[in-house]
Design a protein around this ligand. Structure first.
Ligand SMILES: [Fe+2]
Length: 287
């Protein structure tokens, strides 16, 4: 995948400083639905500022309500709005989550895991193909954090993701923290996940910090990235080369300067990686 560097989730907290030129990020990612005009969503002043940011930076669209795994059909209003937004923003790529977020038209506003079965694969791949036909580009899908699994599952999450990628041609948004959280909560080995997923299909990585509840982890995005997550990230980068990486923060916001120390750390890991044959040349890495 084309490496464009390391960036930060574009949140209203930081957007004024970013527009003033105070950011060290290479690119940003904005929550798709925050730019929608559909009822229940809101554009407002934030949208105008996002357009200003787009004049100077690559911008990825990151959705939370596509509901790709639900038994509901795709929402044609949602897909039309997404297509229109893509024409306006011209994002570097379009992502959402490999999950379900509601049923019977009700949005639960949570990213819920899917049962890892062949039946689910058939169902999700058909919906991904429909989306890709409309947006005319590969959809990028993120692994979600999970707190339970299903008795019905027939395979591991990494086998499930690999199969969906292979059949649909979609790309992956690998959230390293989500792998850590799910592995902690469910007792699987996170290394198995990183070793098995199709690395060549990874478009982007997410890094974030969870809340440690003692018995389990919750994916809150309101703490610094944990050392364990940095270790998994560095190992993965060493294995596959530099990856487009984004720091997600959604609560207890530190200053832009503080949060971007995490962006700079990711950049430094990408720069330091020993590049293997076929990897990027140093001149192609923006630090
Ligand atoms: Fe994420």
């Amino acid at each position: 995948m084309n490496y464009i560097g390391c960036g930060l989730g574009l949140r209203p907290t930081y957007i004024n400083e970013i527009l003033e030129g105070q950011s060290k990020s290479d690119w940003f990612e904005v929550i798709t639905e925050n730019l929608f005009t559909l009822p229940g969503f809101g554009r407002g002043q934030f949208f105008k500022k996002v357009l200003k940011v787009r004049e100077s930076y690559p911008l990825a669209l990151h959705g939370v309500s596509l509901n790709i795994g639900s038994s509901d059909p795709l929402s044609s209003a949602y897909i039309t709005e997404l297509k229109n937004l893509i024409q306006i923003i011209e994002p570097c790529w379009v992502s959402d989550h490999l999950c379900w977020t509601g049923v019977s038209g009700i949005n639960l506003h949570d990213l819920l895991p899917l049962p890892y079965t062949l039946e689910t694969i058939h169902h999700v791949v058909a919906k991904i193909e429909k989306v890709q036909n409309v947006i005319q580009q590969p959809l990028v899908l993120e692994n979600v954090s999970s707190y339970f699994d299903y008795k019905a599952s027939e395979m591991s999450e990494w086998e499930f993701i690999s199969e969906i990628t292979k059949r649909s041609g979609c790309r992956l948004l690998l959230d390293v923290n989500n792998v850590f959280v799910s592995a902690y909560n469910q007792g699987f080995n996170a290394e198995d996940f990183f070793r098995t997923i199709p690395a060549a299909m990874v478009q982007q990585i997410h890094l974030a910090g969870p809340s440690d509840m003692g018995t389990h982890m919750i994916d809150t995005h309101d703490t610094p990235i944990r050392d364990d997550v940095w270790i998994y990230y560095e190992k993965f980068i060493n294995m596959v080369g530099p990856q487009n990486t984004l720091i997600e923060r959604d609560g207890r916001f530190p200053t832009l300067l503080e949060i971007e120390t995490e962006v700079l750390r990711a950049k430094s890991i990408c720069k330091g990686v020993k590049l293997r044959n076929g990897g990027l040349r140093d001149s192609e890495i923006s630090i």
